[in-house]
Ligand binder design. Structure first.
Ligand SMILES: *Cc1c(COP(=O)(O)O)cnc(C)c1O
Length: 221
């Protein structure tokens, strides 16, 4: 289990067929990413725009790049031409900017709404009621160059597994409650929750996209 390939394989084997594994390569070298690529992996996640752009330029074109971190509005333009999925949409203004840059690039950009489910105050994201307001509101109807594909959330960093489970459950309930509504520019398919430390709990609570870094690439320095 010492190679990136082995660890990727081991984790993939634990996931249900309909669950996408995003290998989070932030701070890791292009060589490490190529190892994952050569093992057949195509979904990679980064949390910094500059690093994401540099890696996308240097690495094969068929990698699907996921922007998983906090995204500043003035940096959307750098990733708009190629980003596969933006996980961390945390304000309506950011969504409008993504729409604007998507239009410029004549493409639709897939996004997830980041929902604040943890108890930490520093984490970004919409509250549950703000999420409902955004998705059911009128503003989103105008944004035809974004497609809201689902929700993303991060549980509190704690060893209390029942707390983590209940936070993920909250997100899954919200996802379910919105998923069957017929909303414009919304196609609910993705529930992005779970990282190295808590993805097993996230899977139990219905995640279909996990974002895993250190368990694949090793601890970050
Ligand atoms: C870094 C990061 C991850 C992966 O974290 P690991 O603990 O290394 O698996 C997942 N999601 C987000 C938003 C991150 O920033």
């Amino acid at each position: 289990m010492n190679s990136i390939k082995d660890r990727l394989q081991a984790i993939s084997n634990e996931l249900p067929d309909d669950c996408t594994l995003v290998a989070v390569s932030k701070t890791k070298s292009n060589e490490a990413i190529l190892e994952a690529y050569e093992a057949g992996h195509r979904d990679l996640g980064e949390n910094k725009v500059q690093e994401l752009v540099a890696k996308a330029e240097a690495l094969p074109d068929d990698i699907r790049w996921h922007m998983i971190g906090h995204l500043q509005r003035n940096k959307v333009k750098y990733i708009a031409p190629f980003v596969h999925l933006i996980h961390g949409v945390d304000t309506p203004k950011l969504l409008r900017e993504i729409n604007k840059q998507a239009l410029k690039n004549e493409r639709v950009i897939d996004c997830l709404i980041q929902v604040h489910i943890g108890s930490e105050e520093t984490k970004f994201g919409f509250s549950e009621s703000e999420t409902v307001e955004l998705l059911r509101g009128n503003d989103l109807k105008e944004l035809s160059y974004v497609r809201v594909k689902g929700l993303m959330g991060m549980a509190t960093y704690t060893s209390d597994e029942s707390q983590i489970a209940s936070e993920f459950r909250k997100l899954k309930d919200l996802y379910n409650s919105l998923g069957d509504s017929n909303l414009e520019n919304v196609v609910f398919e993705v529930l992005s929750m779970g990282m190295s430390g808590d993805y097993k709990i996230a899977l139990q609570e219905g995640s279909n996209m996990v974002r895993i870094g250190s368990s694949i690439f090793g601890a970050r320095g």
